[in-house]
Design a protein around this ligand. Structure first.
Ligand SMILES: Cc1cc2nc3c(=O)[nH]c(=O)nc-3n(C[C@H](O)[C@H](O)[C@H](O)COP(=O)(O)O)c2cc1C
Length: 158
């Protein structure tokens, strides 16, 4: 079974999580939703997709991709994930941003943890992170176990 893992990431956390998921799948391809190269949906039996959250919103390119490809996404086995600092609110954010039909088809959304990499953040973003999240330095908190479980959930018999 070939699985396509799609992500939208600003500073690399959702991308890393997508690759973690891909590493647990024997036959998978990992790709950015903003990749302009045409996608041959017929090549894939299942889809895993996710993106990061900024200011209470899942990244726009991801939401746009969901809207554009809604029908094909509903026609294949689908799993969704988000990465973000606020674990408590991740479900509520997903429910506010992602069409209910897609969320239901995917069986909800998996929380993948987050990264604050101060080397990659701009001045303004660092300021916000210090002020709002009260985080003073880099934090690498992606959830490898969640990636493993997400990959396993698509395996026959899961
Ligand atoms: C300016 C800024 C705003 C953020 N806002 C939120 C937020 O509203 N909710 C949340 O859960 N995480 C928030 N985060 C945390 C990011 O989602 C987290 O760092 C994530 O790992 C980034 O993923 P990416 O590198 O794939 O874009 C914010 C981070 C920054 C820098």
């Amino acid at each position: 079974m070939k699985t396509l893992v799609l992500y939208s990431s600003k500073h690399g956390a959702a991308e890393k999580f997508a690759h973690l998921v891909g590493d647990f799948l024997p036959d998978s391809e990992v790709r950015d939703v903003s990749d302009k190269e045409g996608l041959d949906w017929d090549r894939y039996d299942a889809l895993i997709m996710g993106a990061s959250i900024y200011a209470g919103r899942i990244r726009k390119p991801f939401l746009k991709f969901l809207a554009t490809h809604r029908e094909v996404l509903l026609a294949k086995p689908l799993r969704l994930f988000v990465v973000g600092a606020d674990e408590e609110k991740h479900r509520e954010t997903a429910e506010r941003n992602i069409p209910a039909a897609l969320l239901e088809h995917a069986g909800g959304v998996v929380y993948g943890g987050h990264i604050f990499d101060f080397e990659r953040l701009g001045f303004f973003e660092r300021f916000i992170v210090r002020k709002v999240a009260k985080v003073q330095g880099s934090r690498f908190a992606l959830r490898e176990e969640a990636a493993r479980q997400l990959a396993a959930s698509l395996s026959p018999g899961a």
